[in-house]
Design a protein around this ligand. Sequence first.
Ligand code: HEM
Length: 143
Amino acid sequence: MNKGFIAAAILSLSCSSAVFANQSCDESPLRGYMGNIANEMRSMSTDIKSGDHDAAAQRVETLITYFEKAQGETPYKFKVENLQGESLAVQQAKYEKVVDDTIAVLENLEGALQSGSSSDVRKWLGEIGVQRNIGHGAFRVNC
Ligand code: HEM
């Protein structure tokens, strides 16, 4: 596998959204978990670069626990938009579905790391990028 390419892809996954972070956003627990997720992605990149797939798989398990915590939170955007009642419930359910899908992708990535299939590792890393774009596109406010 082209480790340099994969490492660069992971780095761009974990860093790009931080560029747009802004002080005026509320410091929410969800933002905290997202910061942890970005850090863990960087560590996973280092593990893959050094060929340590077992350590990378452990990182994926940690990522899953952060997404499970993120699952119980509400995006700040819903507060900005003053969502309440039924519309809040509908949007929260959509958000939780995207988190669920992301956890499913991470489980597939863990399986690929354990089986040593480079093409599958690449495929699922790409899918994490897709999930991040869906999640940020729908639920992250630009403040
Ligand atoms: C590996 C994939 C991901 C990475 C590396 C990542 C990283 C980050 C980072 C660094 C932030 C904080 C900076 C900012 O606001 O731009 C953030 C915010 C945010 N992310 Fe992610 N993210 C990922 C996936 C997701 C997914 C799948 C979702 C939704 C299901 C999501 C939803 C959000 C939301 C809603 C915020 C704003 C925080 C808030 O509303 O309190 N992210 N993300």
